[in-house]
Design a protein around this ligand. Structure first.
Ligand code: GRF
Length: 193
């Protein structure tokens, strides 16, 4: 069975979508561990409730980025993953991590390729829409070959409409619903390779 390790930093609704799809047999894989850089991330609680290893690994102040990424890579490698899924993981990973898992790290971003890289992408898209700069936004799933911000070979993308009546909350829920579906669909294909 294909082995997935999922990295989260927050609520974990995308992690939950993966867990539910694995349980339903839609994704032919098992999540063998969930890591978070934030010990209070609800995503870890979701893992515990599914009896999956839930590991908090906060970066301590004295640790530099290569040191943290190497420690994280060692701990992730111990679960022998086929794929590493960044599902709401909010740290940039350096080559110290990525070079250990070449071609096997997948990230989710709540915007279309090349648009709104980094944090607060949904807010920024709504603001740009309200200034007439964009007509829609979207979501994407991509490979992570290097420490570029939300960039890399695109595996899937989907446009998400923005309505004049949209608030941040209504747009967020539409974007997240699309993310859950696109991420599960992409992993379903990856896990049959
Ligand atoms: C998602 O929108 C993801 O694309 C972004 O952070 C959010 C995490 O949501 N990087 P959740 O924790 O999976 O609910």
């Amino acid at each position: 069975m294909t082995r997935l390790v999922v990295l989260v930093s927050g609520n974990g609704s995308n992690l939950q979508a993966i867990l539910d799809a694995c349980t339903a047999g839609e994704i032919q894989a098992q999540v063998v561990a969930v890591f978070s850089d934030r010990p209070d991330a609800f995503g870890l609680e979701r893992a515990r409730r599914s009896d999956i290893a839930a590991i908090a690994l906060a970066k301590c102040e004295t640790q530099d980025r290569p040191g943290y990424d190497t420690e994280l890579a060692d701990k992730v490698a111990a679960f022998d993953p086929d794929w590493i899924v960044l599902a709401g993981w909010m740290r940039l990973l350096s080559a110290k991590f990525l070079d250990r898992f070449p071609g096997r790290v997948v990230n989710l971003h709540p915007a279309l390729p090349g648009t709104f890289p980094g944090t607060h992408a949904i807010e920024r898209a709504l603001d740009a829409y309200q200034h007439g700069e964009v007509a829609h936004t979207g979501v994407m799933v991509h490979l992570v070959p290097d420490d570029g911000v939300d960039s890399g070979p695109v595996l899937a993308q989907e446009v998400v409409s923005i309505q004049p009546s949209d608030t941040l909350a209504t747009l967020q829920s539409r974007v997240h619903a699309t993310e859950h579906r696109v991420l599960v669909h992409t992993l379903t294909k990856l896990c049959t390779l």
